[in-house]
Design a protein around this ligand. Structure first.
Ligand code: 5RP
Length: 231
């Protein structure tokens, strides 16, 4: 069960990784929104940062809090990104994208020096696959890609919005929610999906997270990888 107090604790702890002058990637989702709000408080108290939002939703939130924003045209390197996740395993491989922002989230993560993942304790898994894997597809290829992913053994559903209409991402694409069950080899699945024409991006984040901050029972546990390649 998602726990709001655990999310809030993890989000607050993530601010330790932000320095004056940093370019900060701003994640999407309820946990990342806590971090954006806390950053807004720090900015009002004098912290100088520039944010790169991972979705229109986060862009609106950050702007409403007075956080100065920048773009990937203006900066090549993001110092630190704070984002949530749907699952993480012991290798800090992630499933992301339940909020529908996986494409911009992965682009921002790929340009980030320190990717800080903030989660509640329900997100820790021994093996990825507890939740469906979101796969962003161009609308033209949706049926074709859906059949191909089904043939890999997944139960595939089109992501829908609250009104029951197909969910449309910030980049104008659709999302297939693919339930594979346990994913024993995330690297192989990631390569297989990336090789399918029509797939724009998938929610497997491999070799991207630098640290996971997990709120659990009133504390924050820090889980680290040994190194993250600098893009
Ligand atoms: C959005 C994401 C979110 O970070 C992920 O779904 C976690 O969300 P929440 O913090 O609300 O549990 O990847 O695309």
């Amino acid at each position: 069960m998602a726990d709001d107090q655990e999310k809030e604790l993890a989000a607050r702890a993530s601010l330790e990784f932000v320095r004056d002058g940093d370019v900060v990637g701003l994640g999407t989702g309820s946990t990342a929104a806590y971090a954006v709000r806390f950053l807004g408080e720090r900015v009002r108290a004098g912290l100088k940062i520039r944010g790169i939002p991972t979705s229109v939703q986060t862009q609106n939130l950050a702007a409403s809090l007075g956080i100065p924003l920048t773009t990937l045209e203006e900066v090549q390197q993001i110092d630190v990104t704070i984002d949530g996740a749907d699952e993480f395993d012991p290798e800090l491989r992630l499933i992301k994208g339940a909020g529908g922002a996986l494409l911009r989230e992965k682009i921002v993560a790929s340009a980030t020096r320190s990717e800080i993942i903030i989660v509640d304790s329900s997100k820790q898994v021994p093996v990825l696959g507890k939740s469906p894997l979101p796969v962003e597809v161009i609308q033209f290829a949706q049926a074709l890609v859906s059949r191909k992913i089904s043939s890999l053994g997944a139960a595939v559903q089109l992501k829908r919005d609250r009104a029951g209409e197909p969910f449309v991402t910030d980049e104008g694409n659709h999302i297939l929610e693919c339930d594979f069950g346990r994913i024993p080899d995330p690297e192989l699945l990631a390569r297989t999906l990336s090789d399918m024409p029509g797939v724009v991006e998938h929610g497997l984040f491999i070799n991207l997270a630098s640290v996971v901050l997990m709120g659990i029972a009133g504390e924050v546990v820090e889980v680290r990888r040994r190194s993250k390649p600098i893009p």
